[in-house]
Design a protein around this ligand. Structure first.
Ligand code: ZN
Length: 151
């Protein structure tokens, strides 16, 4: 069970217990809802984009510890970044969580997000960890036709 212990690191639990930016932005310019049917995780992401910069970000939702803590860390990571930087960060994060377990990845931009690097060994959890990011991308693209999914 040591891998599971690694997965549920202290930081993950801390973000789950005290999620950052856990609020709806009343003046959001972009929003999207996401749903991970495998686990039942649901999330709404709210963005305030000004001049190509994510000036503010919030989220609400219900889900497992991985999905909630990943969303919390996502909001902290993209706040103040340009839309291009946030999209590049998603690519790096996605590469990390979907890589072959044990293989290398580019961690230069990831910072705190690295605490979720162990998720790659748990295929069912990859979607929990990436849901917030898929929903972020959907909101950046104004895709509000229907919920973003991890499929
Ligand atoms: Zn989940």
């Amino acid at each position: 069970m040591s891998d599971l212990v690694d997965l549920y690191q202290e930081m993950v639990l801390d973000h789950n217990n005290r999620p950052r930016n856990f609020q709806k932005l009343e003046d959001a310019s972009n929003t999207a809802d996401g749903y991970n049917p495998l686990c039942g995780d649901q999330i709404s992401v709210y963005l305030k984009v000004e001049d190509g910069v994510i000036a503010d970000v919030g989220f609400q939702g219900v889900g497992c510890a991985i999905s909630k803590s990943s969303a919390s860390m996502m909001t902290q990571s993209v706040k103040g970044k340009t839309v291009e930087e946030a999209e590049a960060l998603f690519q790096d994060f996605h590469a990390m969580v979907t890589r072959e377990p044990g293989s290398d990845y580019d961690s230069s931009s990831l910072g705190e997000l690295e605490v979720l690097s162990g998720v790659c060994a748990f295929p069912n959890r990859i979607k929990c960890a990436s849901l917030a990011w898929h929903t972020l991308t959907a909101s950046l693209n104004h895709k509000q036709d229907g919920p973003a999914t991890t499929e």
